[in-house]
Write a protein that binds this ligand. Structure first.
Ligand SMILES: [Fe+2]
Ligand SMILES: [Fe+2]
Length: 188
């Protein structure tokens, strides 16, 4: 019975801080994940302007600019969730988002400025970011529901929907020509 073994192990580890219920541990997990995405969103508010600046097509630049405004609201939304839990908002470094942003920076450094190729690269980097966020918020919404925190779940669902919309928009931009013009670019 692997489930029981796991539960026993978890109990043992928390012995020093007293017996923790599964409910408490679930809430702690939720808060850890919330701190992770809080850091990630704030980090993105610094990265998106650079991605916008590097974009060749106006459409892509606009998409990054719009998503910056949305991301700033999402930061506030996460703060609201902390508030609803009677907690001070605290960020915990998200290694994954740091890595994804580094990849975007690498694309900006490596690919030719003003080309359709850099746009194709930025779309890939952007979609990797969105997919991370979709996974994070999808999990947070589910955890909040499990905890019976339906108001928090509804709030985080709004962000989840925005991330999905952005991912969809980036797919459309890739399909609607940015990638096509990258293919047609003359080779140097
Ligand atoms: Fe976000
Ligand atoms: Fe996003």
């Amino acid at each position: 019975m692997p489930r029981n073994t796991k539960a026993a192990g978890a109990k043992k580890r928390s012995a020093s801080s007293g017996q923790k219920t599964e409910e408490t541990m679930l809430k702690e997990l939720f808060i850890e994940e919330l701190r992770d995405i809080y850091w990630a969103e704030k980090h993105l508010t610094k990265a998106l302007p650079k991605m916008k600046k590097a974009a060749t097509s106006e459409e892509l630049a606009n998409a990054f600019e719009e998503h910056l405004a949305v991301t700033e609201e999402q930061v506030v939304r996460v703060e609201k969730v902390f508030e609803m839990l009677d907690m001070t908002a605290r960020a915990k470094k998200c290694e994954a988002m740091e890595g994804l942003v580094k990849e975007a920076q690498q694309i900006i450094e490596d690919l030719p400025k003003g080309s359709a190729v850099i746009d194709a690269g930025l779309i890939i980097a952007g979609q990797k970011v969105e997919h991370y966020e979709i996974a994070a918020y999808g999990s947070l919404v589910q955890l909040a529901k499990t905890m019976g925190e339906n108001e928090i779940a509804d709030l985080l669902q709004l962000t989840l929907d925005e991330e999905k919309e952005t991912d969809q928009l980036l797919t459309e931009l890739a399909v609607s020509g940015i990638n096509v013009s990258a293919e047609n670019e003359p080779e140097e």
